[in-house]
Design a binder for this molecule. Sequence first.
Ligand SMILES: [Zn+2]
Length: 495
Amino acid sequence: MELYWGDLHNHCGISYGYGSLANALTAARAQLDFGAVTGHALWPDMPPRQPGFEFVVDFHKHGFAKLAAKWDDVIAQVNAANMDGEFVTFNSYEMHSRRYGDYHILSPAPDLPLVDGDAPAALLAQLDGRPAFAIPHHVAYVPGYRGIIWERFDSALSPLVEVYSKHGCGMSDDGPFPYLHTMGPRDGRTTVRRGQALGHRFGYTASTDHHAGYPGSYGDGRLAVWADAKTRPAIWDALLARRTFAVTGDKIACSFAINGAAMGSEISAGERQIVLSVRGCDALDRLTLYKNNAPWRVIGRHDLEPRAGDVFKVRLEMGWGWAADGYEWEGRLKLRDGELLGVETCFRGRSVLAPSQEMADDDAMNALDNRIMAQENDVLDWRCTSFQNHSTLHPSTAALILEIRGDAHTTLEVLLNGVRARASLGELLACSRGVHMKPYNAEAFLLHRAIPEWAYTLHAAWTDNAPALPCDVYDLEVRQVNGQYAWVSPIFVES
Ligand SMILES: [Zn+2]
């Protein structure tokens, strides 16, 4: 099977977000293999319009009406963007709910109707047998304040749960990426771990929940599937089978199987042969295999054995500066005495999570021309945009991750907007180096430290002969040194 990357939950100007659907689809295609662009459709138990709450009620009602008026055109555009083997799309819309928590409906049906109802099940029941499911998202908000209500969750309707997005990470109440948005804190009663402890069986996704038409925006959540082909039916089958994992941004490739059954599987076994492998994008810091919500085996950075090799990853990061509306980069990399094996883009759109009173709709918002223009064995040309960092704790940079075959003498020559830099892999294995675009107070770029292959790849195998519960649940968390994560869908083993 092949690994494909996507974003199944994000917004633009088709409802109460910003930017055109066409630009959103262009951004998705530039970095992903599949995607949906989600319309905000309904909020059956929206609080009444009252003093101090007028703006919130009004932008929701306006957004829902906008989507309803354009729905036929929206699905026509989304369907037209679906091209087997190149880029796969799904149709999608979202229901807010205090009673159930928020869900988005996802379907491969080209004629998905926009229906009304007061529960995810009520929406799905009206689809006349079209394939569809409902994914709960930003689950860890306070119950009644649009966090998930696990007692009303039905895994038959929801094989997947979104565990990470711009809202933060909902895996647990003590993990990284706490919720900091205006919707309030993360609550231990609604986390993913809580849902598992209650016995629900589901797989993991991440998506951006971006609100200005930039699906796949780096750092805001992406998901991967293992699928037979890059087609609507094959990726749909992978989603249904929960052959999925969630990442924050870096495309950390993970495989995980027990007795040959892939992530997401339900099997029966006394003895469990557990096999996993990870190919990261930065040095691996910690891999945690959970059994029944508790760490069962941990591999740390210090456990990885250095070994000789000729493959390295180097990250080239661009940004900083003052350009809140974007700074455009045009770059060329030339490799001397080395081979460019691959490149991964870490492009972002301007960061927007919710409408604000100051911001007007603008079709051209995030109409960015972020792309690789040419790639050869020893040359790479690209164009991208970075933004002034959102805060000193929230990067808005753009980056490329280069995989290079070479040795200490291999040299990277970078030309970015007329500024040149040069460093050998030997120098970059020792330390990173930054380059400013002007003498003071300007954008900059950074050649990160080079990472040898042994530090970003890992294979592990264990045998577990000790069933603990009628159904034991195994899942995986990967953390890189740069703080990027992957969360791999569980395997459910009955004894
Ligand atoms: Zn949303």
